[in-house]
Write a protein that binds this ligand. Structure first.
Ligand SMILES: NC(=O)c1ccc[n+]([C@@H]2O[C@H](COP(=O)([O-])OP(=O)(O)OC[C@H]3O[C@@H](n4cnc5c(N)ncnc54)[C@H](OP(=O)(O)O)[C@@H]3O)[C@@H](O)[C@H]2O)c1
Length: 336
Protein backbone atom coordinates (compact mmCIF):
# COMPACT_ATOMS: atom_id res chain seq x y z
CA UNK A 1 0.00 0.00 0.00
CA UNK A 2 1.34 3.47 -0.90
CA UNK A 3 2.03 5.58 2.17
CA UNK A 4 0.32 8.92 2.56
CA UNK A 5 2.41 11.98 1.67
CA UNK A 6 1.72 14.66 4.31
CA UNK A 7 1.60 18.30 3.23
CA UNK A 8 5.11 19.72 3.31
CA UNK A 9 3.76 23.06 4.60
CA UNK A 10 2.01 21.41 7.57
CA UNK A 11 3.86 23.33 10.27
CA UNK A 12 3.44 26.79 8.78
CA UNK A 13 0.07 27.81 10.23
CA UNK A 14 -0.22 25.90 13.50
CA UNK A 15 0.70 27.51 16.81
CA UNK A 16 2.49 25.39 19.42
CA UNK A 17 2.72 26.01 23.14
CA UNK A 18 4.98 24.49 25.77
CA UNK A 19 3.06 22.08 28.01
CA UNK A 20 3.40 23.51 31.53
CA UNK A 21 7.09 23.96 32.30
CA UNK A 22 8.11 20.88 30.29
CA UNK A 23 10.09 20.89 27.06
CA UNK A 24 7.18 19.38 25.14
CA UNK A 25 5.26 21.61 22.74
CA UNK A 26 1.68 20.80 21.85
CA UNK A 27 -0.42 22.22 19.01
CA UNK A 28 -3.09 24.67 20.20
CA UNK A 29 -5.72 22.35 18.65
CA UNK A 30 -5.50 18.61 19.29
CA UNK A 31 -7.71 15.81 17.96
CA UNK A 32 -9.45 13.20 20.12
CA UNK A 33 -10.64 9.79 18.92
CA UNK A 34 -13.45 9.20 21.42
CA UNK A 35 -16.09 9.25 18.66
CA UNK A 36 -15.89 8.44 14.93
CA UNK A 37 -13.07 5.87 15.18
CA UNK A 38 -14.88 2.77 16.48
CA UNK A 39 -16.15 -0.22 14.51
CA UNK A 40 -19.33 1.64 13.56
CA UNK A 41 -17.35 4.50 11.99
CA UNK A 42 -16.44 4.64 8.30
CA UNK A 43 -12.77 3.66 8.19
CA UNK A 44 -12.01 5.80 5.12
CA UNK A 45 -13.36 8.83 6.94
CA UNK A 46 -11.31 7.98 10.05
CA UNK A 47 -8.16 7.91 7.91
CA UNK A 48 -9.11 11.21 6.25
CA UNK A 49 -9.58 12.87 9.65
CA UNK A 50 -6.14 11.82 10.93
CA UNK A 51 -4.29 12.68 7.72
CA UNK A 52 -6.12 15.99 7.32
CA UNK A 53 -5.30 16.96 10.90
CA UNK A 54 -1.63 16.06 10.47
CA UNK A 55 -1.52 17.97 7.16
CA UNK A 56 -2.43 21.06 9.16
CA UNK A 57 0.07 20.67 11.98
CA UNK A 58 -2.14 18.81 14.46
CA UNK A 59 0.54 16.55 15.87
CA UNK A 60 -1.35 15.39 18.95
CA UNK A 61 -3.90 12.55 18.89
CA UNK A 62 -5.67 11.54 22.08
CA UNK A 63 -7.00 8.05 22.76
CA UNK A 64 -8.06 5.86 25.70
CA UNK A 65 -8.29 2.10 26.20
CA UNK A 66 -12.10 2.23 26.16
CA UNK A 67 -12.71 4.40 23.06
CA UNK A 68 -14.78 2.58 20.46
CA UNK A 69 -17.36 1.14 20.29
CA UNK A 70 -16.49 -1.52 21.25
CA UNK A 71 -13.80 -0.56 23.79
CA UNK A 72 -10.36 -0.86 22.18
CA UNK A 73 -11.64 -0.31 18.63
CA UNK A 74 -10.41 3.29 18.31
CA UNK A 75 -6.87 2.23 19.26
CA UNK A 76 -7.00 -0.59 16.70
CA UNK A 77 -8.29 1.77 14.02
CA UNK A 78 -5.63 4.37 14.84
CA UNK A 79 -2.92 1.66 14.78
CA UNK A 80 -4.02 0.63 11.27
CA UNK A 81 -4.12 4.24 10.06
CA UNK A 82 -0.61 4.86 11.38
CA UNK A 83 0.79 1.69 9.88
CA UNK A 84 -0.82 2.15 6.46
CA UNK A 85 -0.35 5.90 6.11
CA UNK A 86 2.06 7.56 8.50
CA UNK A 87 4.63 4.87 9.23
CA UNK A 88 7.60 7.18 8.74
CA UNK A 89 6.19 9.97 10.93
CA UNK A 90 6.05 8.46 14.44
CA UNK A 91 8.60 10.95 15.76
CA UNK A 92 6.43 13.88 14.60
CA UNK A 93 3.42 12.65 16.61
CA UNK A 94 2.31 12.90 20.23
CA UNK A 95 0.03 9.95 20.95
CA UNK A 96 -1.74 9.60 24.27
CA UNK A 97 -3.85 6.90 25.85
CA UNK A 98 -5.50 6.32 29.22
CA UNK A 99 -6.87 3.77 31.63
CA UNK A 100 -9.33 4.32 34.45
CA UNK A 101 -12.79 3.24 33.24
CA UNK A 102 -14.09 -0.34 33.01
CA UNK A 103 -12.20 -2.25 30.31
CA UNK A 104 -12.39 -5.98 30.99
CA UNK A 105 -14.27 -8.25 33.38
CA UNK A 106 -12.98 -9.29 36.79
CA UNK A 107 -11.34 -7.26 39.55
CA UNK A 108 -8.35 -6.00 37.49
CA UNK A 109 -10.05 -4.29 34.53
CA UNK A 110 -11.01 -0.98 36.16
CA UNK A 111 -9.80 1.57 38.73
CA UNK A 112 -6.30 2.76 39.57
CA UNK A 113 -4.32 -0.27 40.72
CA UNK A 114 -0.82 -0.93 39.45
CA UNK A 115 -2.13 -4.25 38.06
CA UNK A 116 -4.81 -2.54 35.94
CA UNK A 117 -2.72 0.37 34.65
CA UNK A 118 0.28 -1.73 33.59
CA UNK A 119 -1.82 -4.47 31.94
CA UNK A 120 -4.04 -1.93 30.21
CA UNK A 121 -1.17 0.01 28.72
CA UNK A 122 0.39 -3.25 27.47
CA UNK A 123 -2.89 -4.02 25.70
CA UNK A 124 -3.12 -0.48 24.26
CA UNK A 125 0.41 -0.72 22.85
CA UNK A 126 -0.48 -4.02 21.15
CA UNK A 127 -3.69 -2.60 19.69
CA UNK A 128 -1.87 0.43 18.27
CA UNK A 129 1.22 -1.60 17.35
CA UNK A 130 3.45 0.91 19.14
CA UNK A 131 6.54 0.48 21.35
CA UNK A 132 5.54 3.42 23.54
CA UNK A 133 2.97 6.20 23.88
CA UNK A 134 4.00 9.78 24.44
CA UNK A 135 1.54 10.43 27.26
CA UNK A 136 -0.20 7.93 29.51
CA UNK A 137 -3.03 9.15 31.76
CA UNK A 138 -4.89 7.88 34.74
CA UNK A 139 -8.35 8.57 33.31
CA UNK A 140 -10.22 9.37 36.55
CA UNK A 141 -9.52 9.23 40.29
CA UNK A 142 -10.06 5.90 42.07
CA UNK A 143 -11.05 6.38 45.71
CA UNK A 144 -10.41 2.67 46.40
CA UNK A 145 -6.71 2.68 45.47
CA UNK A 146 -4.08 4.58 47.47
CA UNK A 147 -2.95 7.60 45.45
CA UNK A 148 0.66 6.50 46.09
CA UNK A 149 0.02 3.18 44.29
CA UNK A 150 -1.51 4.82 41.21
CA UNK A 151 1.30 7.37 41.00
CA UNK A 152 3.91 4.62 41.48
CA UNK A 153 2.32 2.79 38.53
CA UNK A 154 2.64 5.94 36.37
CA UNK A 155 6.26 6.36 37.45
CA UNK A 156 7.01 2.70 36.66
CA UNK A 157 5.44 3.02 33.19
CA UNK A 158 7.83 5.89 32.37
CA UNK A 159 10.82 3.99 33.78
CA UNK A 160 9.86 0.98 31.66
CA UNK A 161 9.89 3.23 28.59
CA UNK A 162 6.24 2.48 27.79
CA UNK A 163 5.30 6.18 28.06
CA UNK A 164 7.46 9.28 27.85
CA UNK A 165 5.23 11.42 30.06
CA UNK A 166 2.28 10.93 32.38
CA UNK A 167 -0.91 12.85 33.00
CA UNK A 168 -4.08 12.94 35.10
CA UNK A 169 -7.62 13.33 33.86
CA UNK A 170 -10.74 14.41 35.73
CA UNK A 171 -8.81 14.80 39.02
CA UNK A 172 -10.17 17.60 41.24
CA UNK A 173 -7.82 20.40 42.32
CA UNK A 174 -6.55 19.22 45.70
CA UNK A 175 -6.10 15.61 44.59
CA UNK A 176 -4.17 16.90 41.58
CA UNK A 177 -1.85 18.83 43.90
CA UNK A 178 -1.21 15.75 46.06
CA UNK A 179 -0.70 13.50 43.04
CA UNK A 180 1.67 16.02 41.47
CA UNK A 181 3.75 16.22 44.64
CA UNK A 182 4.01 12.41 44.85
CA UNK A 183 5.03 12.21 41.19
CA UNK A 184 7.61 14.98 41.63
CA UNK A 185 9.10 13.16 44.63
CA UNK A 186 9.58 10.09 42.41
CA UNK A 187 11.27 12.12 39.65
CA UNK A 188 8.42 11.76 37.14
CA UNK A 189 6.61 15.12 37.11
CA UNK A 190 3.00 15.26 35.95
CA UNK A 191 3.15 16.70 32.42
CA UNK A 192 -0.50 17.48 31.86
CA UNK A 193 -4.03 17.45 33.20
CA UNK A 194 -7.05 16.66 31.01
CA UNK A 195 -10.27 18.21 32.37
CA UNK A 196 -13.60 19.02 30.70
CA UNK A 197 -13.93 22.73 29.95
CA UNK A 198 -16.22 24.85 27.82
CA UNK A 199 -18.57 27.82 28.16
CA UNK A 200 -21.11 25.28 29.41
CA UNK A 201 -18.85 23.60 32.00
CA UNK A 202 -16.54 25.91 33.93
CA UNK A 203 -15.64 23.82 36.99
CA UNK A 204 -11.87 24.19 36.41
CA UNK A 205 -12.08 27.95 36.96
CA UNK A 206 -12.84 27.48 40.68
CA UNK A 207 -9.46 26.09 41.71
CA UNK A 208 -7.99 23.58 39.26
CA UNK A 209 -6.39 26.14 36.92
CA UNK A 210 -4.64 27.75 39.88
CA UNK A 211 -3.24 24.41 41.07
CA UNK A 212 -2.03 23.58 37.55
CA UNK A 213 -0.28 26.91 37.30
CA UNK A 214 1.34 26.50 40.74
CA UNK A 215 2.43 22.94 39.98
CA UNK A 216 3.58 23.97 36.46
CA UNK A 217 1.39 21.34 34.83
CA UNK A 218 0.02 21.80 31.29
CA UNK A 219 -3.69 21.61 30.53
CA UNK A 220 -5.54 20.00 27.62
CA UNK A 221 -9.23 20.79 27.83
CA UNK A 222 -11.68 18.21 26.47
CA UNK A 223 -15.08 18.78 24.87
CA UNK A 224 -14.49 22.53 24.36
CA UNK A 225 -17.49 22.53 21.99
CA UNK A 226 -19.66 20.71 24.57
CA UNK A 227 -19.83 17.73 22.22
CA UNK A 228 -21.17 19.89 19.39
CA UNK A 229 -23.64 22.10 21.30
CA UNK A 230 -21.31 25.10 20.98
CA UNK A 231 -21.58 25.08 17.19
CA UNK A 232 -24.38 25.85 14.75
CA UNK A 233 -25.13 22.09 14.51
CA UNK A 234 -28.37 22.04 16.49
CA UNK A 235 -29.75 25.53 15.79
CA UNK A 236 -32.34 24.23 13.32
CA UNK A 237 -33.17 20.80 14.69
CA UNK A 238 -31.16 17.58 15.04
CA UNK A 239 -29.30 16.72 11.81
CA UNK A 240 -29.35 13.03 10.83
CA UNK A 241 -25.57 12.74 10.81
CA UNK A 242 -25.04 14.49 14.19
CA UNK A 243 -23.75 12.93 17.41
CA UNK A 244 -27.17 13.21 19.02
CA UNK A 245 -28.87 11.34 16.15
CA UNK A 246 -26.18 8.74 15.43
CA UNK A 247 -24.92 7.95 18.93
CA UNK A 248 -26.96 9.46 21.76
CA UNK A 249 -24.95 7.74 24.53
CA UNK A 250 -23.36 10.91 25.89
CA UNK A 251 -25.10 13.80 24.12
CA UNK A 252 -28.85 13.36 24.06
CA UNK A 253 -31.76 15.18 22.43
CA UNK A 254 -32.93 15.99 25.99
CA UNK A 255 -29.71 18.04 26.50
CA UNK A 256 -30.87 20.48 23.82
CA UNK A 257 -33.35 22.40 25.91
CA UNK A 258 -35.01 25.65 24.84
CA UNK A 259 -32.90 27.51 27.42
CA UNK A 260 -29.69 26.00 25.95
CA UNK A 261 -30.81 26.82 22.42
CA UNK A 262 -31.41 30.43 23.44
CA UNK A 263 -27.86 30.68 24.79
CA UNK A 264 -26.41 29.00 21.71
CA UNK A 265 -28.32 31.37 19.40
CA UNK A 266 -27.08 34.41 21.31
CA UNK A 267 -23.49 33.17 21.28
CA UNK A 268 -23.86 32.31 17.60
CA UNK A 269 -25.02 35.87 16.93
CA UNK A 270 -22.02 37.29 18.79
CA UNK A 271 -19.74 35.09 16.67
CA UNK A 272 -21.55 36.32 13.55
CA UNK A 273 -20.92 39.96 14.56
CA UNK A 274 -17.22 39.05 14.86
CA UNK A 275 -17.30 37.55 11.36
CA UNK A 276 -16.68 34.02 12.60
CA UNK A 277 -18.44 30.77 13.47
CA UNK A 278 -19.53 29.83 16.98
CA UNK A 279 -16.96 26.97 16.92
CA UNK A 280 -14.20 29.56 16.65
CA UNK A 281 -15.62 31.77 19.39
CA UNK A 282 -15.91 28.73 21.69
CA UNK A 283 -12.33 27.64 21.02
CA UNK A 284 -10.88 31.14 21.39
CA UNK A 285 -12.74 31.40 24.67
CA UNK A 286 -11.12 28.28 26.21
CA UNK A 287 -7.70 29.11 24.76
CA UNK A 288 -7.80 32.61 26.35
CA UNK A 289 -6.80 31.00 29.67
CA UNK A 290 -2.99 31.25 29.95
CA UNK A 291 -2.83 27.84 31.68
CA UNK A 292 -4.65 26.07 28.85
CA UNK A 293 -2.07 24.52 26.53
CA UNK A 294 -4.41 23.05 23.92
CA UNK A 295 -8.08 22.51 23.09
CA UNK A 296 -8.95 18.86 22.48
CA UNK A 297 -11.68 18.69 19.88
CA UNK A 298 -13.58 15.86 18.25
CA UNK A 299 -14.60 15.84 14.59
CA UNK A 300 -16.76 13.75 12.29
CA UNK A 301 -15.77 15.63 9.11
CA UNK A 302 -12.56 17.23 7.86
CA UNK A 303 -14.43 20.55 7.39
CA UNK A 304 -14.94 20.62 11.20
CA UNK A 305 -11.16 20.43 11.67
CA UNK A 306 -10.82 23.35 9.24
CA UNK A 307 -13.36 25.36 11.23
CA UNK A 308 -11.41 24.72 14.43
CA UNK A 309 -8.07 25.66 12.87
CA UNK A 310 -9.52 29.00 11.77
CA UNK A 311 -9.93 29.91 15.46
CA UNK A 312 -6.17 30.39 15.64
CA UNK A 313 -6.31 33.17 13.08
CA UNK A 314 -9.29 35.17 14.39
CA UNK A 315 -9.05 38.57 16.07
CA UNK A 316 -8.57 38.20 19.83
CA UNK A 317 -11.65 38.51 22.04
CA UNK A 318 -11.90 42.02 23.47
CA UNK A 319 -12.75 42.76 27.12
CA UNK A 320 -16.15 43.99 25.93
CA UNK A 321 -16.83 40.77 24.03
CA UNK A 322 -15.72 38.67 27.00
CA UNK A 323 -18.14 40.50 29.27
CA UNK A 324 -20.91 40.10 26.68
CA UNK A 325 -20.25 36.32 26.79
CA UNK A 326 -20.53 36.41 30.61
CA UNK A 327 -23.79 38.30 30.27
CA UNK A 328 -25.20 35.76 27.82
CA UNK A 329 -24.10 32.80 29.95
CA UNK A 330 -25.46 34.22 33.18
CA UNK A 331 -28.74 35.27 31.55
CA UNK A 332 -29.16 31.71 30.38
CA UNK A 333 -28.45 30.31 33.81
CA UNK A 334 -31.16 32.48 35.30
CA UNK A 335 -33.53 31.15 32.70
CA UNK A 336 -32.89 27.44 33.46
N1 LIG B 1 -10.60 12.53 29.65
C1 LIG B 1 -11.89 12.32 29.54
O1 LIG B 1 -12.58 11.85 30.46
C2 LIG B 1 -12.55 12.64 28.22
C3 LIG B 1 -13.95 12.62 28.10
C4 LIG B 1 -14.51 12.99 26.87
C5 LIG B 1 -13.68 13.36 25.80
N2 LIG B 1 -12.32 13.32 25.95
C6 LIG B 1 -11.42 13.66 24.84
O2 LIG B 1 -11.83 14.86 24.23
C7 LIG B 1 -12.01 14.66 22.82
C8 LIG B 1 -13.02 15.61 22.29
O3 LIG B 1 -14.28 15.42 22.93
P1 LIG B 1 -15.60 15.82 22.16
O4 LIG B 1 -15.69 15.01 20.88
O5 LIG B 1 -16.72 15.76 23.11
O6 LIG B 1 -15.25 17.34 21.79
P2 LIG B 1 -16.03 18.58 21.19
O7 LIG B 1 -15.01 19.26 20.33
O8 LIG B 1 -16.68 19.32 22.28
O9 LIG B 1 -17.18 17.96 20.28
C9 LIG B 1 -16.88 17.42 19.02
C10 LIG B 1 -18.15 17.26 18.17
O10 LIG B 1 -18.72 18.54 17.89
C11 LIG B 1 -19.22 18.55 16.57
N3 LIG B 1 -18.48 19.56 15.80
C12 LIG B 1 -17.14 19.78 15.81
N4 LIG B 1 -16.81 20.78 14.98
C13 LIG B 1 -17.96 21.22 14.43
C14 LIG B 1 -18.26 22.21 13.48
N5 LIG B 1 -17.31 22.96 12.92
N6 LIG B 1 -19.56 22.41 13.15
C15 LIG B 1 -20.54 21.64 13.70
N7 LIG B 1 -20.30 20.64 14.59
C16 LIG B 1 -19.03 20.45 14.94
C17 LIG B 1 -18.97 17.15 15.99
O11 LIG B 1 -20.11 16.35 16.27
P3 LIG B 1 -20.96 15.61 15.10
O12 LIG B 1 -20.70 14.17 15.30
O13 LIG B 1 -22.37 15.97 15.42
O14 LIG B 1 -20.51 16.08 13.77
C18 LIG B 1 -17.81 16.68 16.82
O15 LIG B 1 -17.68 15.28 16.86
C19 LIG B 1 -12.38 13.16 22.74
O16 LIG B 1 -12.20 12.64 21.45
C20 LIG B 1 -11.44 12.59 23.74
O17 LIG B 1 -10.15 12.48 23.18
C21 LIG B 1 -11.75 13.01 27.14
Amino acid sequence: MTQYQPDEHRYEHMHYRRCGQSGLKLPRISLGLWHNFGDTAKQDNAKELICHAFDHGITHFDLANNYGPPPGAAEESFGRILKNNLRGYRDELIISTKAGYPMWTGPYGDGGSKKYLISSLDQSLKRMDLDYVDIFYHHRPDPNTPLEETMAALDLIVRQGKALYVGLSNYPAELTRRASQILKSMGTPCLIHQPKYSMFDRWIETDLLEVLSEEQIGCIVFSPLAGGLLTDRYLNGIPEDSRVATDGRFLKAADITDAKLKLISELNHLAYLRGQKLVQLALQWVLRQPTVTTALIGASKTSQIDDALQALHCVELSAKELSRIEEILSGGNQGT
